[in-house]
Design a protein around this ligand. Structure first.
Ligand code: 6PG
Length: 261
């Protein structure tokens, strides 16, 4: 297994432990470089953590004015759409005290519409071009804000899909093998979630100082054991996340870890 596995009793305990790590690592990063740059995970698992961090008990402890937020992946939908990862958590971060100029949602690019309101490049081609433009814009933001000698991000939070995906790096998709770009478009059907995605790539995720996976619930039992303890697991997207710093944490509850030997 690559990384450090920490087990907690249940999902609430995972959220509390993750909040303690967030607080510790925020202090570490702000002391080191005056800012704490975090790429957030989408999906449902991390929402308990985000709610905890926005609560009074943490609001006063975290140096929120030095926190910069990004997303490790996003569904390619207009701002405010309920299917986006950022929509329902943005109010929490504002409540916590993160400065608006330090919140960096993944952009959405509308198409050049002809007078009749149709996508002038033709819907399919237009969508591909718009997704790639959004990915390029997000990568340009990351590059503008990177500093020589500092990690690309101080912390990347990730979830784990039941198929072994993480961020929007899905098994068998080209995005998984991207070696140069930091942000790319991707397409994948997963549950009832929007299939068009923008995602950080493995080079970007592995350039983080710290990567922490949050994995809870019986539904992740099989995939967590596969990723952490099977030879094939190292080839699944989540298994290929290995930050160069070596600082990789798997924070799981007992239900998700019940398949580990
Ligand atoms: C997304 C997420 C995705 C998520 C996993 C786990 O856009 O859906 O970024 O990678 O982390 O699918 O999702 P759950 O936490 O909801 O199980």
């Amino acid at each position: 297994m690559t990384g450090k596995l920490i087990l907690e009793a249940d999902a609430d305990a995972v959220a509390r432990q993750a909040a303690q790590f967030f607080l510790r690592w925020a202090g570490e990063a702000v002391e080191r470089g005056g800012r704490f740059r975090v790429a957030l995970a989408g999906g449902d698992t991390p929402k308990a953590l985000y709610g905890l961090l926005a609560a009074d008990s943490y609001r006063r402890q975290v140096p929120w004015h030095h926190v910069h937020l990004y997303w490790g992946d996003e569904r390619f939908l207009p701002p405010g759409h309920p299917g986006r990862n950022d929509t329902d958590v943005l109010p929490l971060w504002r409540q916590a005290g993160v400065l608006e100029e330090n919140i960096h949602p993944v952009p959405y690019v509308t198409g050049p519409l002809d007078p009749a309101g149709h996508d002038s490049q033709g819907a399919a081609k237009g969508l591909e071009l718009r997704m790639d433009q959004a990915a390029q814009r997000y990568e340009a933001l990351l590059r503008r804000q990177a500093r020589p000698g500092e990690p690309l991000l101080d912390l990347v939070l990730l979830g784990l899909g039941t198929d072994g995906h993480t961020a929007s790096l899905f098994p068998g998709t080209a995005a998984l093998d991207e070696e140069d770009r930091w942000v790319v478009p991707n397409w994948a059907a997963y549950q009832d979630r929007h299939p068009q995605r923008i995602t950080l790539t493995l080079p970007a995720l592995n350039a983080a100082e710290i990567v922490m996976f949050l994995v809870t619930g019986e539904g992740k039992r099989q995939v967590l054991a596969q990723v952490l303890q099977s030879p094939q697991g190292r080839e699944l997207p989540a298994g290929r996340v290995r930050p160069g710093s070596g600082r990789l944490v798997w924070l799981a509850d007992r239900a998700a870890a019940s398949g580990l030997t």
